[in-house]
Design a protein. Sequence first.
Length: 327
Amino acid sequence: MSRVLVTGGAGYIGSHACKLLSQSGYVPVAYDNLSTGWEDAVKFGPFENGDLLDRVRLREVFETHKPIAVMHFAALSQVGEAVEKPGLYWRNNVCGSLNLIETAVEFDCLDFVFSSTCATYGDQDGVTLTEDSDQQPLNAYGASKRAIEDILGDFEVSHGLRSVIFRYFNVAGADPDGEIGEHHRPETHLIPVMLDAIDGNRDGLTVFGTDYDTPDGTCIRDYVHVMDLVDAHVSGLKWLERGNDSRVFNLGTGNGFSVLDVIKSSGIVTNKEVPYSIGPRRNGDCVKLVSGSERARKELGWRPTRSTMKEMITDAWRWHQSGQYEK
Ligand code: UDP
């Protein structure tokens, strides 16, 4: 069976990708330094502990597994941290990805699926973002991802490396079978933080700013279920296998939810009160990020089936309550 190298395969999105890859007839090889991932999330193929900054280790893993393609998820991805420590983000995300790309080329592994982000667009006056929108990242996280997109373009010209780049919006939910889910330490993302607050594991949720120019004053995001997201990744891999050209796809539903909308839905799904207070804005946050994802639907045949707010919170809540969340 064909092997696919999944960087960040022990992390939230990477582990879900590994599950779907293995169900789709591939062997996912999870490459992860466990800085934010969990070894027990690697359940669907071999685990290789390694850092993207370690070229020798990367070569060893390519030599051992001879992957036919790379799915590259491993990255630092917290907006607040990126504003505080831009050097960390540029070094880890960009230098690490460059090592990976150069090693893939060295081993003639020329199909590359890359996890990029809507944060590469920055704030654009609330317009719906399409793949052709300008990229004006507001922070080192978005800027580092945009730089990697550029590197992929250069390596296509010089080495024939073809890529599918997914710019995704906010990922939420968990494996509906309950085998894997979202687990960051520290947790910063809205939905898991909120579920923790509902459960009494933290004092409460702080809403970062209610003075934005939106109907209720809080930021608006487009949430997509992690299973729908990784489904697009497997389609992206097949797209490359069929010999198609490199392509960029947004992944979102086109529906915007404010922070207060998400709080309301969480209260309904869990049937519990959400303890929250209002705090100041968080540095680096965009007001509104909502996707136009027509291209993925038309060209990849992507059909998100689980990305309603209710289903995402239901699956996240099931995972949260399963006892596997706290380690
Ligand atoms: N948010 C919040 N309180 C939190 C975490 C997040 O108000 O404890 C807000 C955040 O400002 C943003 C939205 O929720 O508007 C989604 O943030 P998250 O960190 O989940 O994802 P991001 O959009 O930064 O990728």
